[in-house]
Design a binder for this molecule. Structure first.
Ligand code: MLC
Ligand code: AMP
Length: 469
């Protein structure tokens, strides 16, 4: 991605946020000022609020060849400290009124700044991002994604969806994860198109944005589409506006077939599903001209090798049989930062083990059916490890024993449940929820706490989570 190429697009719309609109010339110039400020740094953190400053900061760092660690602005003390210690960024990029609590040298991003910058030569294997994501146990791991992954994913999706510079991508996704940052922000900019970010997701605001331009695509997680389904059933005017989009795309978690069908009934649109991970960016999608079959995530994108294996690692060729999804290709990450052990464990014979269980329809369409471990939870489209929440709970003086599980939830897909044996000085449900929200991050908080006299354990002392209830 060259800033000079962006600048050449001149007065075309690049970014629209509630607080500010930038054309390509403005975006290239403001990003150029960031690139000047970060040139030569080893690594920078970006305070990734849902604001234009985040997009400008990330583009500037990419232009300067400096890897970015996106920070969720709502990170609690423990998780923030872990990420900053593990990734050791030289500088924080943020808006002037943000990030005051973060003890790093800072560069304040100014959307009105103007600078031109000569980009250094880069290699496709150079790290682009270090994105922190949860595993089943322990603290989140930093996924090192090289420049080639971005290229592979954006070109693969562009081909699958006939996505061009004419499209305006509308969304209200957070900008510290792959979905909102890579697909929803860098994707449109790489393709010379536009982003209309809603600031936060509301069905009404999305409907308005979807009819403000000739060709629009909506990106969202299933929780957002389930809220759209409610809204369009209650208001036919709104349904018409969603019906006017070129494409509605869902990802990050399973889209319930019921939501898919309700939205089709109300708007005439059939949602397209695509499947990815922080470690792989995008793997598969339903194609624009393919059958949009509820419950399926389509076919591998160009360049992506995908197989389904049994426990021994042998490929399962036959449709209908369940196995683990393994992926290989230019979209796959390099390593977990400072975690050679976890990296080695994640790969088998050069294939990345996704932890997702799936089957294939006879025509090759992939159908995700669950995860290898019940200790990875997807709530509101966020990936959350049971282990990290258990560790946080066990550090609270009111907790003697803790286990974390999930239950189906209409709105969030899954909701987090904490099972607690209290200590001699018990804490309330609200205190424990707040404790997790403030030490880790609010979306990792349990939605329900269930107090028990004891937790079921096997002879080895391991908690039998399946017996909780
Ligand atoms: C609640 N809040 C608290 C709190 N309790 N803050 C501090 N302390 C507490 N105890 C805050 C929340 O932070 C949030 O603020 C607000 O209150 C409401 O929180 P919520 O009820 O948890 O969520 P909600 O607003 O209902 O959000 C639903 C949602 C959200 C769908 C909008 O879950 C979301 O944005 N999900 C997207 C996840 C995503 O992008 N995943 C992609 C991963 S990448 P505030 O200010 O935030 O409203 C990936 C790869 C791929 O998976 O394939 O895409
Ligand atoms: P994350 O690393 O946060 O990006 O989460 C990746 C996980 O999200 C995958 O391993 C899947 O379990 C899940 N996921 C992503 N897209 C989909 C989808 N379209 N349908 C079902 N699950 C999905």
């Amino acid at each position: 991605m060259k800033l000079s190429d962006l600048g050449a697009a001149g007065s075309r719309l690049a970014l629209r946020f509630p607080e500010l609109t930038l054309d390509y010339a403005g975006l290239a110039a403001a990003s150029g000022a960031v690139a000047e400020a970060v040139a030569g740094k080893r690594r920078v953190a970006v305070y990734a609020s849902a604001r234009p400053h985040t997009a400008i900061a990330v583009l500037g760092a990419i232009a300067a060849g400096v890897p970015v660690v996106p920070l969720n602005p709502k990170l609690g003390d423990r998780e923030l400290t872990h990420i900053l210690t593990d990734s050791a960024p030289d500088l924080l990029l943020c808006a002037p009124d943000e990030g005051g609590h973060i003890a790093l040298d800072r560069h304040e991003v100014d959307p009105a700044a103007r600078a031109s910058f000569t980009e250094p030569a880069t290699d496709s294997e150079d790290p682009l991002f270090i994105v922190y994501t949860s595993g089943t146990t322990g603290a989140p791991k930093g996924v090192v994604q090289p420049r080639r992954s971005l290229e592979a994913t954006v070109s693969g999706l562009a081909e699958a969806w006939a996505w061009t510079a004419e499209d305006v991508v509308v969304h209200g996704l957070p900008l510290f994860h792959v979905h909102g940052l890579v697909l929803g922000t860098l994707g449109p900019i790489l393709l010379g198109g536009s982003v209309h970010h809603l600031g936060r997701f509301e069905a009404e605001a999305a409907a308005e944005a979807l009819t403000a331009y000739p060709s629009t695509m909506l990106f969202g997680v299933p929780t957002m589409y389930s809220r759209v389904a409610e809204a369009v059933e209650a208001d036919t005017g709104l349904a018409g506006r969603f019906g006017a989009a070129r494409l509605l795309v869902s990802g990050s978690a399973p889209l319930p077939a019921s939501v898919h069908k309700r939205i089709t009934a109300a708007t005439g649109q059939q949602i397209i599903e695509r499947y990815g991970l922080t470690e792989t960016f995008m793997n598969t999608s339903v194609r624009i001209d393919g059958e949009r079959r509820p419950g399926t995530v389509g076919l591998p994108l160009a360049g992506v090798d995908l197989r389904i294996t049994d426990d021994a690692g042998t490929e399962i060729g036959e449709p209908g049989l369940v196995g683990e999804v393994e992926v290989r290709g230019p979209n796959v990450f390099r390593e977990y930062l400072n975690r050679a052990d976890a990296t080695a464990e994640a790969f088998r014979d050069g294939w990345f083990r996704t932890g997702d269980m799936a089957t294939r329809d006879p025509d090759g369409y992939l159908r995700l059916v669950g995860r290898r471990s019940t200790d990875l939870i997807k709530s509101g489209g966020y990936r959350i490890g049971a282990g990290e929440i258990e560790n946080a709970l066990l550090e609270h003086p009111g907790v003697a024993e803790a286990a974390v599980t999930s239950e189906p939830d209409e709105d969030l897909g899954e909701r987090i449940i904490a099972w607690i044996v209290s200590s001699a000085s018990p804490a309330s449900e609200a205190e424990l929820i707040e404790h997790v929200a403030s030490t880790l991050t609010p979306h990792k908080r349990p939605r329900v706490v269930r107090f028990r006299e004891s937790l079921p354990r096997n002879d080895m002392g391991k908690i039998l989570k399946r017996s909780l209830g």
